[in-house]
Design a protein around this ligand. Structure first.
Ligand SMILES: [Fe+2]
Length: 358
């Protein structure tokens, strides 16, 4: 079967979206209409030092991002600063500005596809859990055979590998299987290789998944990109870069986005389960005492002073499990002590804004 064209090229942007956003800014920031929203945005202006010039910069960057796939670094840093000053309210507000009418959103809902099927109650539960907690284990999964099929196919992929000694090399798994187990800590597949597998495309563009994500994003979901990687314990003889992901952090890939973790291996305490703190994706739920450290990685003992350890959740699960995640929640990986962990992660938003900073 013909490979699909680039995943990113699939995203179909409209200039109108930008014009709409500018119009809403003008209405909110200058005119007297939208009084309630205008008050809340003016409150944000006061609290965070957000200026009209910022908004113009951000939306010009947004436009240039749609055209050239990147935004200026200074705008990116200002967005991080605004996130920390507002505990996420600025990003929430900017996302809402981009949304157009919700009237056609119900057309995006699909309860059945060729692969998956859910009941209306399950659909509603997913939306509720995602809104309340930020993460949800989906009531459907891939079969063992489907996972094996993907893993077998992925032996042909090229991987950007982080070695135990800190070196970065490109390898193909099939040719370097022994080395993979010996000295690789993290092997990340090339995106162009992932998108060549028809079965992966069917899964990440599955109508049931896209429907759930669209409702949560408030507009038609687009795929921003797709990752596929293996992690290994490594020899721990040197400090390697992946240790950074094992400290609490939040992602800031966009104004609003969702990741779908599809686990290709059983995940136990030994092979690096993902840990997250429920409800911390909500604007206002990250304490300023932690946000004052900026966009940095935080140790457990600091985070536990503000979010009790009993509230942390660890994702151990069976091969094929699918977990929808708002990674604005505090989250981290845990070190592998044995085995390996393979995961496929499509990421969705309503645009590819700030993709360059992935
Ligand atoms: Fe992360």
């Amino acid at each position: 079967m013909e490979p699909q064209k680039s995943l990113i090229q699939e995203n179909n942007y409209k200039e109108l979206e930008f014009e709409h956003a500018i119009l809403v800014i003008v209405q909110w920031a200058i005119l007297d209409s939208f009084l309630k929203e205008r008050e809340s945005i003016l409150e944000l202006f006061n609290k965070t030092g957000l200026t009209k010039e910022d908004l113009v910069d951000i939306f010009l960057a947004y436009k240039s991002n749609l055209k050239y796939g990147k935004i200026p670094e200074d705008v990116h840093h200002r967005l991080i600063q605004l996130y920390c000053l507002s505990s996420g309210h600025v990003q929430d507000c900017l996302h809402k500005m981009r949304l157009s009418s919700r009237s056609n959103l119900c057309e995006q809902i699909n309860l059945t596809s060729n692969r998956f099927s859910i009941s209306p109650k399950e659909f509603t539960d997913i939306i509720t859990i995602m809104s309340d907690e930020g993460y949800c284990i989906l009531p459907f999964s891939l079969s063992e055979q489907e996972c094996d099929q993907i893993i077998n196919y992925s032996h042909e992929f090229n991987y950007s590998c982080l070695l135990d000694n800190g070196e970065q090399v490109v390898r193909k798994m099939k040719n370097d299987m022994f080395d993979f187990e010996k000295d690789v800590v993290l092997a990340r597949a090339f995106e162009e290789d992932i998108e060549n597998m028809n079965m992966i495309n069917q899964i990440i563009y599955d109508p049931v998944i896209l429907g759930i994500v669209s409702i949560l994003l408030g507009s038609k979901a687009l795929l921003r990109h797709c990752s596929y990687w293996f992690t290994y314990p490594g020899k721990k003889t040197t400090k390697h870069q992946s240790e950074a992901a094992q400290l609490f952090h939040y992602d800031l890939d966009e104004f609003k986005w969702l990741k779908l973790f599809i686990f290709m291996d059983d995940v136990t305490d030994e092979n690096g389960p993902h840990v997250y703190i429920p409800a911390t994706h909500k604007p206002g739920n990250k304490p300023f005492d932690l946000l004052k450290f900026g966009y940095s990685r935080l140790p457990d003992n600091l985070v536990s002073q503000f979010h009790k350890k009993e509230t942390w959740k660890k994702l151990t699960c069976k091969k094929g499990t699918m977990v929808l995640a708002n990674t604005q929640c505090w989250h981290k990986g845990t070190p592998l002590t044995n085995g390996r962990r393979c995961v496929l992660v499509p990421e969705y938003s309503i645009t590819t804004f700030s993709k360059v900073f992935l």
